[in-house]
Design a protein around this ligand. Structure first.
Ligand code: PHE
Ligand code: ZN
Ligand code: ZN
Ligand code: ZN
Length: 282
């Protein structure tokens, strides 16, 4: 798997920050910064040769958008999907939540093109709208798929908050939530082990977009660097950072800017995403 350039992920985060700043300070559902974010990600994918589509839905009286990108080729009956929500809360620009996962998935997608990866399986990427309003976009997408299309998605990997400033290194627990995949869990753990990073398992339950896929019986996995929870002293001993403080003190706040990112966590997670995609789809 390629080593994803953290500088490229950070450049994408700068772009998302600029989009928020130019649009009233956020990238929230129903606000202009959200559609601008979609259009910007879409343009990068289109230029790389992805087949993209924007799926619209309505929530709270406003139109929302999912961006779906397919990489041509691979077994159409054996799809590996990566996803992340692209919307922020209204309070701020949402750079860790969830510019981080969105930009990392984007750079992993672009690396497919750049490296000439020829996966056995078909690759699909999703950027979800209105996650912050109750997993609306991802749920709409899954519900929009006929049963035959749902059953072609053999794995869904979710990345929501991968650059927390006081990071933990959490992998979604296969046994801790519906449709958790032990294989995906172990693949993600192996990615961190290759970087000499210790991980903990976490049960994120229904707190992010994997939940819609899980409900449809699709095997799921993901990584997470923590939100409002507090880092313990044992965690600070193995991961560094500050015990007794939140993983992300700017969670859902106006200070979730490009300053609210730990570049090491961002880089490690991007590299682990690439490792997981290359391993799962080869
Ligand atoms: N989905 C939550 C949010 O966007 C954050 C979160 C991500 C929680 C992953 C748990 C696991 O606010
Ligand atoms: Zn890297
Ligand atoms: Zn959030
Ligand atoms: Zn989130």
């Amino acid at each position: 798997a390629p080593n994803i350039s953290v500088a490229a992920v950070q450049a994408d985060l700068n772009q998302l920050q600029s989009i928020a700043t130019a649009n009233g300070g956020n990238r929230a559902h129903g606000r202009p910064g959200y559609l601008a974010s979609v259009n910007w990600v879409k343009s990068k994918l289109d230029a790389a040769g992805f087949v993209t589509r924007v799926q619209s839905f309505t929530n709270g009286g406003a139109t929302g958008y999912n961006l779906i990108a397919d990489w041509p080729g691979g077994d159409p009956n054996d799809i590996v999907m990566l996803g992340s929500h692209l919307d922020s809360v209204t309070a701020g620009p949402g750079i860790n939540d969830n510019g981080s996962g969105s930009a990392s998935n984007l750079e992993v997608a672009l690396a497919v093109k750049a490296t000439g990866f020829k996966p056995t399986k078909h690759l699909r990427f999703g950027w979800w709208g209105a996650e912050e309003r109750g997993l609306i976009g991802s749920t709409f997408y899954v519900n929009s798929l006929p049963a035959a299309e749902k059953s072609k998605i053999k794995a869904y990997l979710n990345f929501d908050m991968t650059g927390s400033p006081n990071p933990g290194y959490f992998v979604y627990s296969a046994s801790g939530q519906p449709s958790g995949s032990l294989k995906l869990q172990q693949t993600l753990q192996a990615g961190f082990t290759a970087l000499n990073v210790q991980t903990e398992l976490t049960s994120v339950g229904g707190r992010s977009d994997h939940a819609a896929f899980a409900r449809a019986g699709i095997p799921i996995g993901g990584t997470f660097t923590g939100a409002e929870g507090t880092k313990t002293s044992a965690q600070a001993a193995k991961w560094g950072g500050t015990a007794g403080q939140a993983y992300d003190r700017c969670y859902h706040r106006s200070c979730d800017t490009t300053a609210n990112i730990n570049a090491t966590a961002l880089d490690r997670n991007a590299d682990v995403i690439a490792h997981a995609l290359w391993t799962t789809a080869a």
